[in-house]
Design a protein around this ligand. Sequence first.
Ligand SMILES: [Zn+2]
Ligand SMILES: [Zn+2]
Ligand SMILES: [Zn+2]
Length: 351
Amino acid sequence: MKLTEDPHRRLNALTNEWVLVSPHRTTRPWQGEVAPRPTASEPAYDPNCYLCPGNMRAGGTQNPAYATTFVFENDFAALKPETAHARLDVDNMGLLVAEAEPGICRVICFSPRHDLTLATMGLQEIELVVRTWVGQFRELGGLENINHIQIFENRGAMMGASNPHPHCQIWSTSSIPEAPSKELAVQRVYLKSHTRCLLCDYVALEQRQPVRVVCENDGFVALVPFWAVWPFEILVCSRRHFGSMNEFAPEEVQSLSDILHRVTSTYDKVFGVPFPYSMGFHQSPTDGIEHPECHFHAHFYPPLLRSAAIRKFMVGFEMLGTPQRDITPESAAERLRELAGAQPRHDKAGH
Ligand SMILES: [Zn+2]
Ligand SMILES: [Zn+2]
Ligand SMILES: [Zn+2]
């Protein structure tokens, strides 16, 4: 079987799900690319932005004149901390089942500057964001009702992010959400049968023949996973085995900031536009149980396919059967690696 030519399916070793790869349907991902659309640059301060310092939010609260990062409870939270635990199972048939879900939703502004992104912020500014994540992880994870902390960023209107102000969200929940729960179960089985960590083994395997590695530093490796579904999907793994931000060594705060900056600024070069994506961290649950199977990592899921205007849709066979991709993860990684090697631009860095 030729992975570069023959249609095949690949196993996602983290989830035990498959992805269909059809490399013959296209040659190179960047062919047929349309000229980048000129994007209107954002102002440093937008009087109509509910995240900018000093502005009024929809809930009627005024933001402080914050100077670095700023955390607040989501005014329209999907979850509420005071929700009482309860379970419903009509006639005990397991068909109509519901569970109460207590939780806390917060928003973190990365910077007072409306016009910056992780790709254009300075490294020291990104380090402040990482430190804020660590603080939130500790605080929320220490709460009795909270067993999982999901930190995620939606970037760009294509991903449903209505506000370009650099920010992310934290949804902390009583239950462990679907995606990490599935991955933890697979990692647990792997640890039990191999007495080694799945992602430690996977990263070592990828580094032996680094065709899917995009960039790396002392603390982290960014690669297009063998089983990537999204055209330019990236998995960022820590080199060292640990489960959560709670266990960061001081230098890992810096190296995570560096790798996030490199990944996001590389993305912006792919089609010459600010690259939309959803990204988030998967880490140990905060349920008071040891999770030796869990290896800290981040997923980047960007929707763009062939140009700034052409996105991948998960429809048809993908919705009803199995996710599918045309460009191989290896060719996407090659393209990203070339762009990552180019000198990053810091033209909008805030200091
Ligand atoms: Zn703003
Ligand atoms: Zn590991
Ligand atoms: Zn994951």
